[in-house]
Design a protein around this ligand. Structure first.
Ligand SMILES: [Zn+2]
Length: 170
């Protein structure tokens, strides 16, 4: 780990906000799932914009922006600094309903479990990029039991990634 990475880790630990539940605007998530199905030959990633409620420790995702140029393949997709910077520039033109609070990605056909890569490059990277508030949503649009969705956050006390309840809202 480089000294820059260590500094970022330290900063992350100081910044982390508790998130115990997440609400997702249904039409936005359905749009993301639709893309996850269309591009199911590879994983896709997206950024969730929304509002963090510190009193109720709840995050509400009000819009989702897919990032179809993120580097990835069938079993991996990465939100790197370059991709995030490009997306950020784009979002400056039309973001008016909140802050970046979530990172979403698809697992076409292999379930919604959070892998070590997801934890290192998904939610921890998102927490750094988004200033300490980060939810990770994983969708499997091709699961043999039907479309699967799971939400995760980082527990500020233990720094562990844990699954949290989500609900779809109008
Ligand atoms: Zn993953």
């Amino acid at each position: 780990m480089s000294s820059t990475q260590i500094q970022r880790e330290v900063k992350l630990i100081e910044l982390l906000k508790p998130i115990n539940s997440v609400e997702i605007k249904a039409n936005e998530l359905f749009g993301f799932i639709e893309l996850a199905i269309k591009y199911a030959a590879r994983e896709i990633i997206g950024i969730g914009i929304g509002i963090y409620d510190s009193e109720n420790k709840n995050a509400k995702i009000t819009s989702i922006y897919p990032v179809l140029d993120a580097p990835g393949n069938k079993s991996r997709v990465v939100l790197d600094f370059a991709t995030h910077e490009r997306l950020d520039e784009t979002l400056n033109f039309w973001r008016n309903d909140g802050e970046e609070i979530a990172v979403l990605h698809s697992h076409p056909g292999f379930g919604c479990f959070s892998s070590a890569i997801d934890e290192a490059h998904g939610i921890r990277m998102a927490a750094l990029l988004f200033g300490g508030i980060a939810v990770m949503i994983i969708v499997d649009p091709l699961h043999n039991e039907g479309i699967k969705i799971a939400a995760y956050s980082i527990d500020p006390a233990t720094k562990a990634v844990r699954q949290i309840p989500f609900r779809l809202v109008p």
